[in-house]
Design a protein around this ligand. Sequence first.
Ligand SMILES: N[C@@H](CCC(=O)N[C@@H](CS)C(=O)NCC(=O)O)C(=O)O
Length: 219
Amino acid sequence: MATILYYSPNYTRPIVPRCLTQYFKTGIKNVDIATDMEAFTENFPLHQCPGLINRETGLYLTETISIQYYIIKTFCKDPKEVKILLGSTILEEAEILRWGSFSVSDFNNREDDYIKPLIGLKPYDAHAHSTAKKQFEAIVQIFEDHLENHRFLVSDHITLADLCASSAFFLGFNFAFDEKWSQQYPNITRWYKEVTKSPYVSSFFGDKQQAKSFPPPPK
Ligand SMILES: N[C@@H](CCC(=O)N[C@@H](CS)C(=O)NCC(=O)O)C(=O)O
């Protein structure tokens, strides 16, 4: 039985795990949860993806960071490349985990609360949305300030932290962050454009375009 990576094209957290399975030619089968809902639900009762499973070997992983880590450590044949992606000192490893976790937890959740009501993927409530906007602006500023003095999040090259964070920013850049937004956040925009061109993730980002306009609040 092949190892299966469950994903959904509607969600951002599985983007990097999927790209890594392809980049490292892992043979892991990428399965859209919509096409295998019964088995997905049976194995992943929280209904969250990504999820990685091989019933024969007993491999069972949830959590984006853990799955990415497993794929890189298992399938990247070049120890130097592993260090590039996952860090070459304890502090670098810790920083990569820090930014990766921050991106797929706090940042992702605040971005969802801010962007999804604008595009009909969550109910819109004007008061709740005004709070969500403030919360999002506070977190996005942390990236903008950091990237003012750093080309990438942790090191002078792309690490897993950048890949993770670029997938978290995808929702915004795809549906809302237009040119005007980019003028306000030039460092994030410069960084996002560079990271998403990386061969690690270009299989996903290659044909994606930045949003043309920021969606107005629903009436
Ligand atoms: N802590 C998990 C969260 C996974 C998660 O929330 N995934 C989202 C997609 S990006 C999901 O499946 N949402 C569906 C749901 O919560 O019902 C991780 O880091 O992987």
